[in-house]
Ligand binder design. Structure first.
Ligand code: NAD
Length: 349
C-alpha cells in the first residue's frame, strides 16, 4: 500500500514508519519537525526505495493538499500531534493548532482528494486516526476503559486529542470518510524524547541527577512497548472495520513510583556506579502535576478478539530493552539536550 504517515519523525511515528517500510509498504513521512522530532530515528530506513520524507505542517492546507496530490496515498495514518501533557499546561496554543485545527485541515483535504482520486483509490482508502486513552479521563482504583467509555478529558493535551477524535468521527458520519480511530495507553521504548517519564528517569539515573516523581508517585499508567503499538496500528489499518474504534493496551499497570524504582535498579545493574551507590537515592518527590489523572487502564479485548492482536513484549523485558538502548545510544539523545535539559514543565497553578 502507499501510506502517508503524519508525525513519522516522532517516537511512535518513527516506529510505524520502520514497521511499514520493513514489510514493504511505500511510505511518505509528512512531519513538521518540531522540537519532538528526530530524523536520526529513521536512519535504518532513510535510504530505502519505499520510504520518503517531506517536511510539512498538518495545519497548513496547501502543504497537505500538495502531499496528497503528489504521493496519491491509498491510506493515511495520522500521528502528528503535540503530545506532552506538561507542555500543554504551560501553553495550550500549539496543541489546539496541531491537534484540533490540524485534524480539521487534514479531513477537509482528504475529502477533496478522495473526490478526485478515482474510483480505485476512493473505494480502498482508509484513514487511521491515532489517539490516546487519556481522552477518557481518570479512573478510580477499579475498572478499565473500553470502546464505550465516555469522553472526560482533563488536561489541555487530552482535551485537544478528544476534539480531534470527535472531528474524525463526525467527518466519517457526515461525509462518509472511511475512518478508524485507535486509542492507546502509554507507550515506551527506544527513540522516545527525553521529556517523558521513562527516558527522563533513565538519563537522570545514568547521569546521577535528581529524579523527580510527581506527588507521591501513586498515579497508575498502563504501559505498552512501542513496537507492539506499531503492529496494532498496522492491524487496524489492514483489517479494522470502517467507522470503528479500537482500544490498545499492554495489560501492564504500574504506579509511576514502581516504574521509576525499576529503572533505578536496572541502571544500577547495567551501568554500576563507582562506590556502588543505589540510584533510588536520587528519587525526590516534587509538586504534583495540576489535574493529574489518578489511573488509566485499558480493556484491549476487542482488538484481540476481532483482529487477533496481542502485545508480544512484557513490561519487564521491554523496560530492560529500553534502558539498554538509552545506555548504548548516547549519540541519539545527547543532541536533544539543546532542546530540553530536564527542567520542570507544567507546574503552573
Ligand atoms: P511525539 O511527540 O514523539 O512526536 C510527534 C511528531 O509529530 C513529531 O515528529 C512532530 O514533529 C510531529 N508534529 C507535531 N506537530 C506537527 C504538525 N503540525 N504537522 C506535522 N507534524 C507535526 O509523539 P508520539 O509520542 O510519537 O505520539 C504520536 C501520536 O500517538 C500522537 O498523536 C499521540 O497523541 C498518540 N499517542 C501517544 C502515546 C504515547 O504514550 N506517546 C500514547 C497514545 C497515543
Amino acid at each position: 500500500m502507499r501510506i502517508l504517515v503524519t508525525g513519522g519523525a516522532g517516537f511512535i511515528g518513527s516506529a510505524v514508519c520502520r514497521h511499514l517500510v520493513g514489510r514493504g509498504d511505500a511510505v511518505l513521512n509528512f512531519d513538521k519537525l518540531t522540537y519532538a522530532a528526530n530524523l536520526a530515528s529513521l536512519t535504518s530506513i532513510d535510504g530505502a526505495p519505499n520510504y520518503r520524507f517531506l517536511r510539512g505542517d498538518v495545519a497548513d492546507p496547501a502543504a497537505v493538499r500538495a502531499a496528497l496530490a503528489t504521493f496519491r496515498p491509498e491510506a493515511l495514518m495520522h500521528l502528528a500531534a503535540e503530545t506532552h501533557v506538561d507542555r500543554s499546561i504551560d501553553s495550550g496554543a500549539p496543541f489546539l493548532e496541531t491537534n484540533v485545527t490540524g485534524v480539521f485541515v487534514l479531513l477537509e483535504a482528504l475529502r477533496e482528494y478522495l473526490a478526485g482520486a478515482g474510483a480505485d483509490i476512493a473505494r480502498r482508502f482508509r484513514l487511521l486516526h491515532v489517539s490516546t486513552d487519556e481522552v477518557f479521563g481518570a479512573l478510580g482504583a477499579g475498572g478499565r476503559f473500553d470502546e464505550r467509555s465516555p469522553y472526560r478529558p482533563s488536561s489541555p493535551y487530552s482535551a485537544s486529542k478528544a476534539a480531534g477524535d470527535h472531528l474524525v468521527r463526525a467527518w466519517g458520519g457526515t461525509y462518509g470518510l472511511p475512518v478508524l480511530v485507535a486509542n492507546c495507553s502509554n507507550n515506551y521504548g527506544p527513540y522516545q524524547f527525553p521529556e517523558k517519564l521513562i527516558p527522563l528517569t533513565t538519563l537522570a539515573a545514568l547521569e546521577g541527577r535528581p529524579i523527580p516523581v510527581y506527588g507521591k508517585g501513586e498515579n497508575v499508567r498502563d504501559w505498552l512497548y512501542v513496537e507492539d503499538h506499531a503492529r496494532a496500528l498496522a492491524a487496524i489499518l489492514d483489517r479494522g472495520a470502517l467507522g470503528e474504534t479500537y482500544l490498545i493496551g499492554g495489560d501492564s499497570e504500574r504506579t509511576n513510583l514502581a516504574v521509576v524504582e525499576t529503572i533505578c535498579d536496572l541502571v544500577d545493574r547495567l551501568s554500576p556506579e563507582q562506590g556502588g551507590r543505589a540510584r533510588r537515592a536520587l528519587i525526590g518527590f516534587v509538586a504534583d502535576r495540576p489535574g493529574h489523572d489518578l489511573r488509566y487502564a485499558v480493556d484491549a479485548s476487542k482488538i484481540e478478539r476481532e483482529l487477533g492482536w496481542r502485545p508480544d513484549v512484557s513490561f519487564e523485558a521491554g523496560l530492560e530493552r529500553t534502558v539498554r538502548w538509552y545506555l548504548a545510544n548516547e549519540a541519539w539523545w545527547r543532541p536533544l539536550k539543546d532542546r530540553y535539559a530536564g527542567e520542570r514543565l507544567g507546574a503552573a497553578p
